[in-house]
Design a binder for this molecule. Structure first.
Ligand code: NAP
Ligand code: MG
Length: 401
């Protein structure tokens, strides 16, 4: 059979440890035999990031802006232990942080739903995609521990030196204060990324804040979303048969628990941090969670939500067998290939991505899976496979289809 041809290359960002091993296996077994794979390769493995003073990460982000679609392997974010382990020149920043800053993007995380791995919430039938605003609020705060009585004020000085003041509190004893901020530009980018993604995936969009209490701060989020929606997206949402709705955060939480799934839940930075861990663990496993970074200009970077699975890698290095789940990494590739197919009008490439995802899910649903899933599945008589055999079984299922 002739291989599927591509037009534009994908930006391929290789990574670290066990996921780097899976990366190669996925390419060899599931992609290269079927696709004339065109990629522009960037090695984001820590060794090469260190060699290039992290220039390779910046280059890969620039290439993503140029081509529009990237697929990324999990990478190490250096800490003190990694400094010694890799003999690093510097404690390089998180590649995800660098790429996110360059693309000004929003991260959407969605679980891969399979029969036999049931969500804890019984009525969740479809995935819930969580969109987290990745700038500001408590993550860029300024704090003071107040030692004793005194007056705390919020002061803004404009470019001409004019001051605006608001009393925070007249302290009669010790206490604490915190200053947080956000920018209209960042909130607007977040809103557009969410609206675009909803249109792209034909799902309803929910957004919630606490605007009844925070009448200026949170209310600004609500207003910016509504203004952009009315001006730029309302007609397109109507045409696509999808809905945008705003509610209070506590109401949203209550509704999410009762919902069937199949929508996007946009959250402010802190809500997104907390709720994405809640939603992902309730769906079963971090290894079954995909993640895509979408920029307001419509650039996409696909990856798995989990890390480099370090513990498994050390076993692998000792020659021991591993059973590492490659599903989220496979779905990162299929997500990127499908998007490339869509942009380049290559229906075969899109069909290939759909089929490979179906084969992956069918393999698990037939009882063949990695150890992490075998531990939580409701299926009986499952076969636990090692990292390589699981990928080979997916190929078998794919060939049968
Ligand atoms: P991790 O790689 O996600 O792994 C944590 C644990 O979760 C593993 O030890 C394993 O549990 C389980 N797990 C995660 N993914 C799995 C998979 N695909 N198959 C089977 N089990 C899986 O997180 P970490 O150990 O905290 O971080 C390791 C490195 O990854 C760090 O250097 C961190 O900086 C990096 N990281 C990168 C990204 C990214 O690039 N997006 C994200 C997060 C972390 P058991 O050991 O119990 O089997
Ligand atoms: Mg968190």
């Amino acid at each position: 059979m002739a291989k599927i041809q591509m037009k534009t290359p994908l930006v391929e960002m290789d990574g670290d440890e066990m996921t780097r091993i899976l990366w190669q296996m996925i390419k060899d077994e599931l992609l290269l035999p079927y696709i004339d794979l065109k990629t522009e390769y960037y090695d984001l493995g820590l060794t090469y990031r260190n060699e290039t003073n992290d220039q390779v990460t910046i280059d890969s982000a620039e290439a993503t802006k140029k081509y529009g679609v990237a697929v990324k392997c999990a990478t190490i974010t250096p800490n003190a232990a990694r400094m010694t382990e890799y003999d690093l020149k510097e404690m390089w920043k998180s590649p995800n942080g660098t790429i996110r800053a360059a693309l000004d993007g929003t991260v959407f995380r969605a679980p891969i739903v399979v029969k036999g791995i049931e969500p804890c919430v019984r009525n969740w039938e479809k995935p819930i995609t969580l969109a987290r605003h990745a700038y500001g609020d408590v993550y860029k705060n300024t704090e003071i521990k107040v030692p004793g009585p005194g007056k705390a004020e919020l002061v803004f000085t404009d470019e001409n030196g004019n001051e605006t003041r608001e009393l925070i509190h007249d302290f009669t004893g010790a206490g604490i204060i915190q200053g947080i901020h956000n920018t209209e530009k960042s909130i607007a980018s977040f809103a557009r990324a969410c609206f675009n993604y909803a249109l792209d995936t034909k799902q309803d969009l929910w957004f919630a804040t606490k605007d009844t209490i925070s009448k200026k701060y949170d209310h600004t989020f609500k207003d910016i979303f509504q203004e952009i929606f009315d001006a730029e997206y309302k007609t397109r949402f109507d045409e696509a048969g999808i809905e945008y709705f705003y509610t209070l955060i506590d109401d949203a939480v209550a509704r999410v628990m009762k919902a069937k799934g199949g929508f996007i839940w946009a959250c402010k930075n802190y809500d997104g941090d907390v709720m994405s861990d809640m939603v992902s663990s309730a769906f079963g496993s971090l290894a079954m969670m995909t993640s895509v970074l979408v920029s307001p200009s419509g650039v996409y970077e696909y990856e798995a939500a989990h890390g480099t699975v370090q513990r498994h890698y050390y076993k692998h290095l000792k020659g021991e067998e591993t059973s590492t789940n490659s599903v989220a990494t496979i779905f990162a590739w299929t997500g990127a290939l499908r998007k490339r197919g869509e942009l380049d009008e290559l229906p075969e490439l899109m069909e290939f991505a759909d089929k490979l995802e179906k084969a992956t899910i069918a393999t698990i649903e037939s009882g063949r899976m990695t150890k992490d899933l075998a531990l939580i599945t409701s299926l009986k008589d499952v076969t636990v496979l090692n990292s390589g055999d699981f990928i080979k079984e997916i190929r078998k299922t794919f060939e049968e289809m």
